[in-house]
Design a protein around this ligand. Structure first.
Ligand SMILES: Cc1cc2nc3c(=O)[nH]c(=O)nc-3n(C[C@H](O)[C@H](O)[C@H](O)COP(=O)(O)OP(=O)(O)OC[C@H]3O[C@@H](n4cnc5c(N)ncnc54)[C@H](O)[C@@H]3O)c2cc1C
Ligand SMILES: NC(=O)c1ccc[n+]([C@@H]2O[C@H](COP(=O)([O-])OP(=O)(O)OC[C@H]3O[C@@H](n4cnc5c(N)ncnc54)[C@H](O)[C@@H]3O)[C@@H](O)[C@H]2O)c1
Length: 473
């Protein structure tokens, strides 16, 4: 028999976005139903951030052993035990899973339904044997790997982020389609585990990032032995006896790439095909569900958030969730400010960014100053033997921090301070007045502030005042 539910809020999808809405609503005692068809925690926990960062952590250990001699430590080369490596990745997921589990959400007061949701009209969804008629709906159905229409790909075995982290053997030669965050994070990590790695991208790798900083990251990956083919078309993919073969072409003509395994990391596609969006009058296209700056869809009862609405990161999914809660629970207006959302690519070196880029600043903030600080000016970078690194800070009128971008070790941690500054409209004066512990990489912020205000030391009027004050003993 069909059971009818009438909560205030119905959330579809139990990933970062949906869980944040459900937990927030339940915390205020608002009746909320969460529908999730797969494992709780979504992509980030099960196939994304968590396993990829656990793999990167393992690769960092392998790399430390390899470079130990530079620090005067003799060590034999690393031996990779793939079974234990995979088991550790899975154990990290298992360790975090209770936080996102049905049990925890039920104890918070959320009614969790483990089934697939589909709109049947503009204010009702069906999920298994339930019909849910809610005051508001939040679509948080995420994204899945986009598979490019390359001839032969569908007939060739390939990996995606959904299968890579449970591999029982280490690839001999991993060929990666896509030089974006997924492709390059995985390329760098596998290379450090001793795998031969080739990345192919039809455009520039890391396109859309600050080109100067992207070049530092790509040079770092190449220096560790990642083969990178940019502006390269893939005409066909085929299975061979020893693995896979790609038929490619770039400015120098056609060529082939052979490898043992193929990873497709060519972008994401939103998961909304079977959601019945048309029945609910929700406008959408293959790339995203259409939303306004307040994340509301063309159906005023329905919001879409996270990757389903074109989001790119877990922290952006949680940010979307907060904006939607603000509107549904408190009836307060909310608007997404994309410029306060930082982005980090966890390659080595890392690439992090928040706010205006140097390029955007030329149009959006003419007259902005670009401060540049090299890691070599930072003592901690030297003690730890970090490679190349560069930070750029975009500074507007009266020293306002409009953006920052960092390529180098620890960039992902360092960007926190700049994200705080951008979101709170701070100026470099705030960086001058606080005391930064020595020696830390984050001191670079202070160094930036000093470099911004140092021309003041040559100010003639100020110098005259100082000369005058000296007369008073
Ligand atoms: C390899 C990789 C590494 C990443 N690393 C990072 C990182 O380091 N940092 C970062 O910020 N971001 C990272 N991301 C991006 C991040 O994973 C996503 O931005 C985030 O998971 C989006 O959360 P979401 O809740 O919108 O969607 P998801 O986590 O995808 O959750 C959507 C949920 O909806 C469910 N669902 C879908 N359709 C239905 C339906 N009809 N009925 C019921 N349930 C449904 C799905 O089963 C899923 O559980 C990474 C992504 C990948 C692929
Ligand atoms: N650290 C992080 O926050 C993190 C890490 C990984 C992924 N993510 C998120 O996951 C999402 C997916 O990342 P991604 O790297 O898969 O996607 P992406 O869209 O960022 O990059 C995909 C790359 O694949 C290339 N490509 C597409 N089709 C191709 C083809 N036919 N042949 C060759 N190259 C092709 C594109 O030119 C592009 O450079 C992004 O939104 C990203 O923000 C975030």
């Amino acid at each position: 028999m069909v059971k009818q539910l009438t909560p205030d809020i119905c959330v579809i999808g139990g990933g970062a976005a949906g869980l944040t809405v459900a937990a927030g609503a339940a915390a205020f005692g608002v009746p909320v139903v969460l529908v999730e068809k797969g494992p709780m925690g979504g992509d980030c926990l099960n196939h994304g951030c968590v396993p990829s960062k656990a793999l990167i952590a393992a690769s960092r250990h392998a790399h430390s052993i390899r470079v130990a001699a530079e620090f005067g430590i003799a060590a034999a080369g690393p031996v990779i035990d793939q079974e234990r490596l995979t088991a550790r990745i899975q154990s990290v997921i298992v360790g975090i899973a209770p936080h996102d589990s049905v049990e925890r959400f039920t104890s918070l007061g959320v009614e969790v339904i483990k089934d697939e949701a589909c709109f049947v009209d503009n204010r009702t969804i069906a999920a298994g044997d339930r019909l849910i008629r809610a005051r508001r709906f939040v679509i948080a159905t995420g994204s899945s790997p986009a598979i490019p229409p390359i001839p032969g790909l569908a007939e060739t075995p390939f990996l995606t982020n959904e299968t890579l982290f449970s591999l029982k053997r280490l690839p001999r030669h991993l060929v990666v389609i896509g030089g974006g965050p997924v492709g390059l994070e995985m390329a760098g990590a596998h290379r450090r585990l001793g795998v031969e790695v080739t990345v192919v991208d039809k455009t520039e790798a890391l396109s859309g990032q600050d080109p100067e900083l992207a070049a530092i990251v790509l040079d770092g990956l190449r220096a560790e032995g990642v083969h990178l083919h940019e502006r390269t078309a893939i005409h066909a993919v085929e299975r061979t006896e020893r693995g896979i073969r790609l038929r490619c072409e770039n400015g120098n003509g056609p060529f082939g790439i052979e490898g043992s395994d193929l990873l497709v990391a060519a972008g994401r596609a939103p998961v909304h095909a079977s959601l019945g969006l048309d029945a609910a009058g929700i406008r959408h296209d293959p790339k995203r569900i259409e939303v306004g700056p307040n994340l509301r869809t063309s159906n005023r009862r329905v919001y879409a958030i996270g990757d389903a609405a074109g989001g790119l990161f877990t922290h952006q999914a949680s940010y979307h969730a907060r904006l939607v809660l603000q509107q549904i629970l408190f009836r307060l207006p909310a608007r997404e400010k994309p410029f306060i959302v930082p982005r980090v690519i966890f390659t080595e070196p890392e690439l992090a960014h928040v706010g205006l880029t140097e390029e955007r600043a030329r149009e959006a903030a003419p007259g902005a100053t670009i401060l540049r600080l090299d890691y070599s000016a930072n003592d901690r970078s030297r003690t730890d033997g970090l490679g190349r690194g560069l930070i750029k800070v975009v500074v507007g009128r009266r020293g306002r921090v409009l953006g920052a971008a960092i390529a180098g070790s620890g960039a992902g941690e360092m960007i926190n301070l700049w994200a705080f500054a951008v979101a709170n409209r701070l100026t470099l004066k705030h960086f001058q007045t606080y005391v930064a512990p020595y020696p830390t990489l984050s001191e670079i912020g202070k160094q930036a502030a000093i470099s911004y205000y140092s021309p003041m030391a040559r100010n003639r009027l100020l110098r005259t005042v100082l000369r005058f004050l000296r007369h008073f003993g």
